[in-house]
Design a protein around this ligand. Sequence first.
Ligand SMILES: NC(=O)c1ccc[n+]([C@@H]2O[C@H](COP(=O)([O-])OP(=O)(O)OC[C@H]3O[C@@H](n4cnc5c(N)ncnc54)[C@H](OP(=O)(O)O)[C@@H]3O)[C@@H](O)[C@H]2O)c1
Length: 231
Amino acid sequence: MQCVVITGASSGIGLATAKTFQQAGWRIINISRGACPLDGIINITADLAHPTTITTISTSLLDNLEDCTTLSLIHNAARLDHDTVQGVDPQALRQTYEINLIAPAALNRVLLPAMSTGSSILYVGSTLGEKAVPGSFSYVTSKHASIGMMRATCQDLAGSGIHTACINPGFTDTEMLRDHIPANVMSEIAQMSAFGRLIDPAEIAATLLFAAQNPVLNGSVLNANLGQIER
Ligand SMILES: NC(=O)c1ccc[n+]([C@@H]2O[C@H](COP(=O)([O-])OP(=O)(O)OC[C@H]3O[C@@H](n4cnc5c(N)ncnc54)[C@H](OP(=O)(O)O)[C@@H]3O)[C@@H](O)[C@H]2O)c1
């Protein structure tokens, strides 16, 4: 059986990804604070902001993977704050890095022994992994590091038969975007893609499934943003 461990499948891109992989016949193990609302998902309730979380859930995670032939590990959960280089709160910055970076690294360490040839580690990055906008300091810096983590993963796993990639969504219609962008500017945001619309989370999910199935993408950064218009 093919299995996927995904963080943050309770909503947005993670939820759409769980649905897409489930329809393709994969077993889904979700890690988030709230449950994934789909039937037939294994939910491991966890707050990735806590430094001991991955150690605490590791036995239950591995128990659910015993009969998996291949495993795709998708690092999707993230925190996005409004903050700046002048005002960033170090404690908030630590929490963002804990969720966006330390938890993925800790999960890799726990799950790599359960990954055989054909498995994959996929990072959900962001367009803001390769450029910056004002007012998202901790997020921008963490998403740049996600790309670095993917590249280091690729180098360290050479010869293992496990592949990796970083998928960078553009503006995608999820709670995270709606929480971050005022409703009255959402239509302007949609016009920033060359297609004049927001991305449907299912489109990112389909990209992640493709990446899980195609080791030729090993080490790639995939910009899944409909073509962003630079002004
Ligand atoms: N939407 C966009 O426009 C966009 C653009 C570029 C990149 N992305 C990336 O896409 C990924 C998914 O974002 P989304 O837009 O789908 O956002 P979302 O709908 O807000 O989903 C975020 C997910 O992360 C989980 N999460 C957040 N904090 C957590 C914590 N402390 N512990 C465990 N889980 C936590 C949430 O689960 P719980 O709240 O249940 O814990 C939720 O399932 C993120 O990596 C984001 O950076 C999104």
